[in-house]
Design a protein around this ligand. Structure first.
Ligand SMILES: Nc1ncnc2c1ncn2[C@@H]1O[C@H](COP(=O)(O)OP(=O)(O)OP(=O)(O)O)[C@@H](O)[C@H]1O
Length: 273
């Protein structure tokens, strides 16, 4: 279990996080949401050990993260940072292999390659393995980065906006994969901007705003129209579909539609050149 208590962070003298508590439990997907600049990536950097908080504590399986040796920590906790890029011309497979470095042993080379194969297959990049990472598309690169994180085999998995560059089919695949990781006992934390995905895929939702936890609970507790509309500063509607809470921006037309503005998309497209 990864636990952060009373985390305060200041960067260049400016307070960024104000006493954030966060607990990632095995078997749960925790989705972290909040407006731009709320502090989502910063708390992930604290959890991953990249930022040392000015106050507060972070423990992994009950021990302060600072006491973990890097290799042991890498075997326990895998982190996908936002917009991570590899600028050197490695192949896609080589990038995924890097994720498994903390485990690599010459006497178990077959097992190492099996893990890499599994990570590659779980994000559907088998056909890209020989391509150079610097020339694949943004969504393909993001899936490669995710495969690298999966190859690390950490039981605690932190994913900062893992599907931001993906089409809807790949988003669904990867978010279902997060649920599958939790089902096998991993503690999974995901930063998402899509509030509907947060409500559908999260066991718990943590809402941050201006560096503070505004709400932490089940999707039904956190994803209310009143709370989300207030924090995001835009009207948001919440409804239940097939027993699941769904969230979407309120997009009621401002006034009556103009005559002829609707109609079949094909007909409109023909008139636009
Ligand atoms: N290295 C830095 N130097 C100065 N300010 C920083 C630095 N890193 C983060 N901040 C500030 O801290 C605040 C929180 O940033 P953070 O990246 O954690 O937000 P976020 O919730 O992840 O936002 P987004 O949704 O836009 O990714 C922002 O105001 C940001 O400008």
């Amino acid at each position: 279990m990864l636990r952060a208590r009373g985390i305060h962070v200041e960067i260049h003298g400016r307070p960024i996080l104000h006493g954030v508590d966060l607990e990632l439990r095995p078997g749960e997907v925790t989705v972290v949401i909040g407006p731009n600049g709320a502090g989502k990536s910063t708390i992930f950097s604290v959890l991953s050990g990249d930022i040392v908080p000015s106050r507060g504590s972070v423990t992994l399986d009950g021990r302060p993260v600072a006491e973990w040796k890097p290799q042991a920590a890498a075997r326990e906790r895998a982190v996908m940072v936002q917009d991570s890029t590899v600028s050197f011309p490695f192949s896609v497979r080589e990038v995924v292999q890097m994720g498994h470095d903390a485990w690599r042993r010459s006497e178990q080379a077959d097992r190492d390659e099996e893990v890499v194969d599994g990570a590659v297959a779980s994000v559907g990049i088998e056909h890209l393995q020989d391509r150079t990472i610097t020339v694949v598309s943004g969504g393909e690169r993001q899936r490669t980065t995710l495969a690298r994180v999966l190859a690390q085999e950490g039981r605690t998995v932190l994913l900062d906006e893992p599907v931001s560059a993906m089409d809807i089919a790949h988003q669904e695949r990867i978010l279902s994969l997060c649920r599958a990781l939790a089902a096998q006992g991993d503690a999974v934390a995901v930063v998402l901007h899509d509030l509907d995905s947060a409500a559908v895929y999260g066991d718990r939702v943590l809402l941050l705003d201006h560096g503070r936890v505004v709400a932490d609970g089940t999707p039904n507790q956190v994803c209310t129209a009143e709370l989300l509309s207030r924090v995001y500063g835009t009207p948001i509607e919440v409804f239940d579909l097939h027993g699941v809470r769904r969230v979407m921006p309120s997009r009621r037309p401002a006034g009556p539609r103009r005559e002829g503005a609707g109609g079949p998309i094909g007909a409109t497209a023909q008139t636009v050149r």
